[in-house]
Design a protein around this ligand. Structure first.
Ligand code: DGI
Ligand code: FE
Ligand code: FE
Length: 194
């Protein structure tokens, strides 16, 4: 199947499955990911598919997402079982592979790690992590304008800013913080020499 046709078919399927607001966010991430891919020399096609699919499992309740992970044998650490908001990324990677036929490991990893990020992300993984946070439909987070500008100047610095604000938000809400998230934050902080 032609890539363009395949892309359209996936988009149509997601439009049916996701809430309208979630689909609008998906389209925002897809456009933002392509823009960042232009800036950082990443194949646009990879950014397009990863952006489109990053939240492909984000529908239903947390409990339903967890049950689907168990049903399909998605391997989860004990920590991941407790961090329900992260599971849609793991299940999303599974759907991308099995339901949407994505074989590219880099795209699959970008989906799997889009919520937490991780140490030593590929350029595509960074792009999806950042695009998810800065896409035009996001309005709630603090200093979005600053982070948006930084994303096109120094990606690693933008990643650190996103971690700082996300960790502050999670702490304020008394939520469990994944070790993947924490380790990645320290890694990028050291990397930019802060
Ligand atoms: O799926 P989206 O809403 O587009 O965005 P996302 O996949 O980045 O999920 C955002 C949520 O995930 C946000 O409420 C912060 C939360 N999050 C990020 N890292 C962690 C986390 N939640 C927990 N519990 N632990 C983390 O380490
Ligand atoms: Fe997500
Ligand atoms: Fe998202």
């Amino acid at each position: 199947m032609l890539e363009r046709t395949r892309f359209k078919k996936i988009a149509e399927d997601l439009k049916k499955r996701l809430k309208p607001s979630r689909y609008a966010h998906t389209v925002g991430v897809y456009h933002t990911a392509i823009s960042l891919a232009m800036r950082y020399g990443v194949p646009l096609k990879k950014a397009a598919f990863a952006g489109l699919l990053h939240d492909c499992a984000k529908y239903g309740t947390d409990e339903e997402i967890l049950a689907k992970c168990d049903k399909y044998g998605v391997v989860l650490t004990d920590e991941e079982r407790l961090a329900l908001p992260i599971l849609h990324a793991k299940l999303g990677m599974y759907y991308a592979k099995e339901r949407y036929g994505i074989a590219d490991e880099d795209i699959l990893n970008a989906i799997s790690f889009h919520t937490t990020g991780r140490i030593a992300m590929s350029d595509l993984e960074k792009i999806i992590f950042v695009a998810d946070y800065i896409e035009p439909g996001r309005t709630e987070a603090p200093r979005l304008d600053e982070i948006r500008a930084e994303a096109f100047k120094n990606m690693d610095a933008a990643i650190c800013m996103i971690y700082e604000d996300t960790l502050a938000y999670l702490k304020a809400k008394n939520r469990a913080i994944e070790s993947t998230t924490l380790n990645a934050f320290h890694y990028y902080k050291t990397k930019i020499g802060d």
